[in-house]
Design a protein around this ligand. Structure first.
Ligand code: CA
Length: 453
């Protein structure tokens, strides 16, 4: 009987697997994948610079592949769309492998060993991870030089709060809520705020939001790192009060009635820098044309992603089992700027994740002034020594390769108006009125009331 049922389930498995393969092939066709001869180059011996591939003479990439890490949050959309809509293939990189990372620590470890060691060549990063890896700060003092090559997105992140705090006025502005936080602390139930990787974007957004409201993130609350897979469950069982993450997770937390969203990062800092595309320096140095081919594909994907007419299709692609593996509806709404925050709603496309252009300029171009903010904020919280600011220009010039972005943009034939003329986006302003002038980061630090530096 046992043998019979296992034979049956095996047969059923084979049948199901066959059906899935067939339907996924069908689906891929619908998603506009390029024909096989462009993808693999295996079915015919056409040169890479085939007329159909869109690769211009002299720009043929050295290889067709690279292994890039990504995460199931909207930041990775340019990478996934570049693959699914055929932009990588168009630029001769049809064999790019996208590798979903279990968590940020795994991505760090994978880039440390590189694709040749079974890891990755680069991919999606929070800031300032490429700097911390380049300097050996989070890689056991082993320096793995990396290049920041493009910004993937702005906005599209939020701070979710557990349901038990609904109705307690926990919103963008916390100025009148210091008693709430100190009350929790005195009762022995200190407010716990979590993120999936320390000392990068997600922790910075939580810290900025709390400190702007007069809450000292180092003494008034408890900050903790929680593995990605545990975040929603931990919030559900009350192990944490707040959680900072990328779309569609805040919407999912609201949909699950696990919590509400106190603030979108777009409210904390409109058009803020978010996540980046960065690769190992040794890979870029040995594949300069392939690097530019990848950048051109990402730029075209970003333009595609920024068209709201494409966002329903984008939601469908991202939701797919091989990518985010979640209900399409959960992703579709935030992609359209429709946020059910639990206690309020937002319906404003300018608040959604953006990939190509925002109210301040280019999204894709990696402004050096933003790298400087991430380093300055690291100094603010004593994550990096204050001498970092003295050496910041040298460090940023080493890691940020906006020059390669510009070369790729020119090869792509972008309009001059799409190519920033300065490496600085100028003075930035936060929701609490604080300003960051990249010409004077020390003045920013001086202006902040809560800091460790
Ligand atoms: Ca993020």
């Amino acid at each position: 009987m046992e043998r019979f049922s296992s034979a049956m389930s095996r047969r059923r498995f084979l049948y199901t697997a066959g059906a899935t393969t067939a339907s996924s092939i069908f689906l891929k066709g619908c998603l506009g994948n390029p024909p096989a001869e462009l993808v693999g180059g295996r079915t015919q011996a056409a040169p890479v610079a085939d007329a159909d591939s869109g690769v211009k003479a002299g720009q043929e990439p050295e290889v067709k592949t690279a292994k890039l890490g990504y995460f199931p949050i909207v930041e990775s959309a340019p990478l996934i769309i570049a693959k699914e809509k055929g932009f990588f293939a168009k630029h001769g990189m049809g064999e790019i492998a996208l590798d979903k990372q279990a968590n940020w620590g795994a991505a760090r470890d994978n880039v440390k060993i590189g694709a040749s060691g079974g890891g990755i060549d680069g991919g999606q990063w929070q800031m300032p991870m490429p700097y911390l890896i380049s300097e050996g700060i989070i890689t056991d003092n082993v320096k793995i030089p990396m290049f920041v090559l493009a910004q993937l997105n702005t906005q599209g992140n939020g701070i979710a709060i557990a349901s038990k705090h609904i109705g307690k006025n926990i919103g963008l502005k916390l100025a009148d809520q210091t008693a709430f936080f100190s009350g929790l602390k005195s009762q022995g139930g200190q407010f716990k705020a979590a993120y999936t990787f320390p000392r990068a974007n997600q922790e910075f957004w939580i810290r900025y939001w709390l400190a702007a409201g007069g809450i000292d993130p180092d003494t008034d609350v408890e900050l903790l790192t929680v593995p990605t897979a545990q975040t929603v469950a931990d919030m559900k069982r009350g192990a944490m009060d707040a959680f900072s993450t990328g779309d569609p997770w805040p919407a999912r937390i609201v949909a699950d009635k696990t919590g509400f969203v106190a603030a979108l990062t777009a409210e904390i800092w409109k058009a803020h820098p978010e996540e980046y595309f960065a690769m190992r320096k040794d890979w870029v140095d040995s594949h300069p044309k392939a690097t530019k081919a990848i950048l051109k594909a990402i730029m075209e994907a970003q333009q595609w992603c920024d068209d709201f007419n494409n966002r329903a299709e984008m939601a469908k692609i991202l939701a797919g089992r091989e990518y985010f593996n979640m209900p399409e509806a959960v992703i579709a709404e935030p992609l359209m700027g429709k946020y059910n925050l639990g206690e309020r709603t937002i319906d404003d496309r300018s608040m959604a994740v953006l990939y190509w252009k925002d109210s301040k300029g280019s999204v894709s171009y990696p402004y050096k002034s933003h790298d400087l903010w991430f380093l300055t904020e690291s100094v603010r919280w004593n994550f990096l020594p204050k001498e970092t600011l003295t050496n910041a220009k040298r460090l940023i010039d080493q890691v940020n390769r906006e020059d390669l972005w510009k070369q790729a943009a020119q090869e792509l034939g972008l309009a001059a108006s799409d190519i920033p003329s300065s490496t600085s986006r100028g003075v930035e302003e936060f929701f609490d009125g604080v300003k960051f002038d990249p010409e004077n980061p020390q003045a920013y630090l001086n202006s902040l009331k809560i800091k460790k530096a």
